[in-house]
Design a protein around this ligand. Sequence first.
Ligand code: TNX
Length: 527
Amino acid sequence: MLIVVALGLPAAVPIAALPTAASAAPAAGAVPALGSVIPAPVEVRPVAGADFRLGPLTVIRTQPGSAAARAVGDQLARALRPATGYPLPVLPAAPRVLPTISLLLGAGEAQLGDEGYRLSVDRRSITIRANKPAGLFAGTQTLRQLLPQEIESRTPVRRSWSVAGGSIVDHPRFAYRGSMLDVARHFHTPDEIRAYIDEISRFKINHLHLHLSDDQGWRIQIDSWPRLTTVGGGPGTGVDGTGPGYLTKADYRDLVRYAAARHITIVPEIDMPGHVNAAQVAYPELTCDGVAPPPRTDTAVGYSSLCIGSETTYRFVEDVIRELAALTPGPYLHIGGDEAHATTDADYLTFQQRVLPLVAKYGKTAYGWNEITQSPASANAVAQFWDTATTNPTVVAAAARGTKVVMSPANKAYLDQKYDRNTPLGLSWAGYIEVRTAYDWDPATHLTGLPASAVLGVEAPLWSETLRSLDDIEFMAFPRLPAIAELGWSPASTHDWESFRARLAAYGPRWTARGVDFYPSPQIDWS
Ligand code: TNX
């Protein structure tokens, strides 16, 4: 973060000079310093004596004529009303005498891009300007963190509500900042998925990848193959038989809308040609011998494969891709492709050469785990790098042909790995991942020989073999998800562990207030 001290000094203070945990974690009641937000903003210019005080007369003014700006204003008002108890009307114009929070489009600043914003705070007003509604939304997430932590209260708190004066200019480093939720190993309900969306949208995550099918279960309604969900999502499905359920198309459309209102794009994944046991239980014709395998509720991987030589396979795959593409306004459709150990290498290539182009046929960009880069047809695709090694010549060669890469190295970004050996949930095959491990790496340089220009962004996957409840999801995601979010959003020049851990310490009480069951890492001096 570039801190330009507004005292007439030309000093640009690097983020390392921000106060650290000992001094920065605000006590209950303190006004957060401008810029003490996650992810770290690009540029912060505090101005002394220019704090804005939110009061009972404050109005929220949104760009006249823009329903999308109005929607962001309404969301901000809904976020701020419970704790303040103020009415915070949302209006297209506001009398000059009233303290105003303005959300305005047409910033006219190319550097802000589609998701960036400029936030200015003085004694009379707060103004967020952006080129697009997504930028306004991002700016309001910053503003929420700049209000005292009591703003998270669901009931009115009597106190003053000040925001530190000055200005912030902010825009993302990477276009793709994601998290993945595995709803196949254990189904998570739409309410739980919405709660997760709420939490990740606060950190400017803009994609939610849903892992919708695996050996243990199939979780999305497909009309042309109805037994996928009636059998594959039915009783007894999921790890230990304890994760049944599926999303109807109506559920899924609702989730897409809910996420879009928070400027998050849902990325659906159907995993193939491996990880298909649940589909084969429902439809034995998807095996080569036509015999249904037994349902599986264990956590082994790599034993199932679609029948690569069978036309039924491609009828199935095309039906699924067509129906999924029709449900998906976003650009990406994820076709898995990982751990296909029961598929021969030749069959794997045959499959991908046929299936990757099918995604394009239905108007979507194919997205798959990094194994898809073995196929020349992956040149127009996005590959999700999940390996623990930092070299992968196959991925680097594909990038040279045009493949874009989302970085999810399992030993850094996997939210299902244990924090340490005492973590009650999670797996540890990729190693223990404490907060600092999740934070201290660079998506642009992590994979040897991969040019930064090939990196589309970063994603933190949360596999659910050991998870049951929303509490479990929260315990594994937080506080590591904000670390990954910062890697995705903030400029590399702001990267600083001491600053991050101080901001995280200050954030903890907000999770507590919202009832989010985060892991109280001993690496953080929680305030
Ligand atoms: C590997 S990483 C998998 C998943 C497991 C996960 C558990 C990858 C693409 N596949 O099938 O759920 O490890 O950590």
